[in-house]
Write a protein that binds this ligand. Structure first.
Ligand SMILES: Nc1nc2c(c(=O)[nH]1)N[C@H]1C(S)=C(S)[C@@H](COP(=O)(O)O)O[C@H]1N2
Ligand SMILES: [Mo]
Length: 321
């Protein structure tokens, strides 16, 4: 691989590592205490590989989707060793290590709020009769890195229809498991636990919005949000809440975790917008892993504008961040 010499690298690219460390510095400040981690150290690639379990060979039956991107996906190694999942540590290499012994089964999801079918659904009931699709999506983290990920999943709209929401249901709120004995990161108040995210009803019903249960045709690895996680490809990664145990239909816009933590930096909509800088860094470009440098322009709505921009007609694009 050709590595650029530092003198060739514009300063806009050099800031990259600082950018993704910033959110963590901020967290340490607000949390007072910090997880005892190797903060800021970058683990060399060969070491990461050595620590990685091989694909576990629990194959799923899937069919391809015409909603997939044709861009080449990142490797299994990249997708499973570079994760944001603060329940298992705030450094991107930590979830692969600390989520290893997490048991995502049995699993059930509580359905609450403005819908006819409140109650509890086992994961098996949620999946019964579903056709699982390979959905190869671009993923753009607010911290300016990106990947292409071959998810296995099904439209969130399918679950929503089963719940029969009432006309009062304007938003869907989804919540991650709260169990500090199984998710050690929750012993540290880096954010308000449990992690919650929400979508407006039309966003939740959009055919691009999926619940993922797999990766590369196999059952989802723990660090990627097993056994059930949201994927909303036109929004920054933090919208895609992992290890979901609750789906609630609500009338008012929910307060999502990152907005609660820093409403000056993170909003509810979180649509990928290269024209609106994050208060502390630019969103104009991104680093497509495994590159160490920003190597491509970020596209509005992460390249899914044709399919989703219509939902936001008339809204202030700054508010969409
Ligand atoms: N419960 C929970 N969900 C989460 C997060 C988290 O810390 N906790 N991080 C979010 C962020 S910032 C990103 S970029 C994606 C990362 O998903 P991946 O690790 O599967 O790539 O998960 C999102 N979902
Ligand atoms: Mo993210």
């Amino acid at each position: 691989m050709l590595i650029k010499r530092p003198s060739d690298i514009p300063s806009s690219e050099i800031t990259e590592k600082n950018v993704y460390l910033h959110r963590r510095e901020f967290l340490r400040t607000i949390a007072g205490t910090a997880l005892a981690t190797t903060a800021g150290t970058l683990i060399p690639e060969p070491l990461l590989r050595a620590q990685q379990p091989a694909p576990h060979s629990r194959k799923l039956t899937t069919r391809p989707s015409r909603l997939s991107t044709t861009e080449p996906p990142n490797s299994w190694d990249h997708i499973t060793t570079f994760n944001n999942f603060y329940e298992f540590g705030t450094e991107v290499h930590e979830p692969a290590i600390h989520a290893r012994d997490f048991k995502p089964e049995p699993w059930s999801v509580t359905i609450e709020g403005e819908c006819a079918r409140t109650g509890r659904l086992n994961l098996e009931d949620i999946l019964r009769g579903e056709t699982l699709e390979d959905r190869i999506y671009r993923h753009r983290c607010v911290e300016a890195w990106s990947m292409v990920i071959p998810w296995v999943g099904f439209p969130l709209s399918r679950l929503i229809e089963k719940c029969e929401p009432t006309s009062k249901a304007k938003f869907v709120m989804m919540t991650t498991l709260y169990d500090p004995s199984r998710m050690p990161g929750q012993r540290v108040p880096v954010v308000t636990w449990p992690y919650v995210e929400g979508l407006r009803m039309d966003e939740a019903m959009h055919p691009l919005t999926i619940l993922a249960v797999g990766l590369y045709g196999e059952v989802l690895p723990n660090q990627n949000g097993a056994p059930l996680r949201l994927v909303v490809p036109w929004k920054y990664g933090f919208k895609s809440v992992k290890s979901i145990v609750k789906v609630a239909f609500v009338e008012r816009e929910p307060i999502n975790t990152w907005k609660r933590a820093a409403s000056n930096e993170y909003g509810f909509y979180a649509n990928v917008n290269p024209a609106v800088d994050h208060p502390r860094w630019s969103q104009a470009t991104e680093r497509r892993l495994p590159s160490l440098f920003k190597n491509r322009k970020t596209l509005p709505f992460n390249g899914y504008g044709d399919q989703v921009a219509g939902m936001y007609a008339g809204m202030d694009p700054k508010r969409l961040y």
